[in-house]
Ligand binder design. Structure first.
Ligand code: SF4
Length: 282
């Protein structure tokens, strides 16, 4: 029996930075401390912050005053303006890698390129990027959608930072045939690429994969999809309690990975439960 835990499982640099900034804010501004939307896409971590007094609110209008933390996904221009108008103290935890994607989008727009974002239209990171470019932005989640678009004289492409690299390449390949001039910025975060590559490696070696992370976490969902393509016995869970002994009964090699917003304590609990069920020493 073998248990392989991905080295890249758990908090990425941007999420860790956002959590550290929130913990720091708890000490400095404990009264009226809010995040615009859940700080990260993980209910367990959000609950932990809530216990410390960090309240998540979906809209600026629902924040009566005090301090607002913008999460690692970034913030839309509209919300930034509203927060300033309300004179809220702003702590901007936008991940520097997300900021870089925003800058690339602005550059392309200012230089006359139509902008194509490979990502999820409803994701807060994509919504924030779009908000800085008033018009002429298309968002695609797959190759089929891009086939319906174009042709373009000048097209610029970026990706949501947690997109799958192989999908990004496929979209770029299709666009090569549809744009006279094409400029591509690979804005996929390196940590995401490493995490996905390691997940592929692990999924090939095992007969069951457990992917841990919020059901609302796009990067965890993609990780699970990547693993499932290789190993059909792939299970996406949020907490250890969800592991069903039946899943592991006949499995001899079990792999575990986790999304960028999964706390290490949740990963540890999963590891302990798998070890217990398989009679392995911890
Ligand atoms: S996944 Fe990458 S881009 Fe997104 S928050 Fe983490 S480090 Fe930043």
């Amino acid at each position: 029996m073998k248990l392989i835990i991905a080295k890249s499982a758990g908090f990425c640099f941007g999420v860790k930075r956002a959590i550290d900034m929130a913990l720091d804010a708890v000490k400095k501004y404990p009264k009226d401390l809010y995040t615009l939307g859940p700080l990260i896409h993980n209910p367990q971590a959000v609950e932990f912050l809530e216990e410390l007094g960090v309240k998540a609110r979906d809209r600026i209008e629902h924040i009566p005053g005090g301090t607002v933390i913008f999460r690692s996904h970034g913030v839309s221009l509209k919300d930034l303006r509203k927060a300033k108008e309300k004179r809220l103290r702003i702590i901007d935890a936008t991940c520097p890698i997300v900021k870089r994607a925003q800058l690339h989008a602005k550059y392309l727009h200012q230089h006359g390129y139509a902008l194509l974002i490979v990502g999820e239209a409803q994701h807060p990171e994509v919504e924030a990027i779009r908000s800085y470019i008033q018009e002429g932005v298309d968002v695609v989640e797959g190759v089929k959608a891009v086939q319906r678009l174009g042709p373009w004289a000048k097209l610029g492409i970026i990706a949501q930072t947690t997109q799958s690299f192989s999908l990004f390449k496929e979209v770029v390949a299709v666009c090569l045939e549809k744009a006279k001039e094409l400029k591509v910025f690979n804005t996929i975060c390196h940590a995401t690429t490493i995490r996905q590559m390691e997940a592929v490696e692990i999924a090939r070696k095992v007969d069951c994969v457990i992917v841990i992370g919020g059901y609302n976490s796009g990067n965890t969902q993609r990780l699970a999809a990547i693993c499932r393509d290789i190993q059909p016995h792939t299970y996406h869970i949020e907490t250890a309690e969800e592991i069903h002994p039946r899943w592991l009964a006949k499995r001899e090699r079990i792999g575990v990975t986790a999304g960028a917003s999964t706390p290490s304590w949740v990963i540890k609990e999963v590891e302990r439960k798998v070890r217990r069920l398989k009679g392995l020493r911890g």
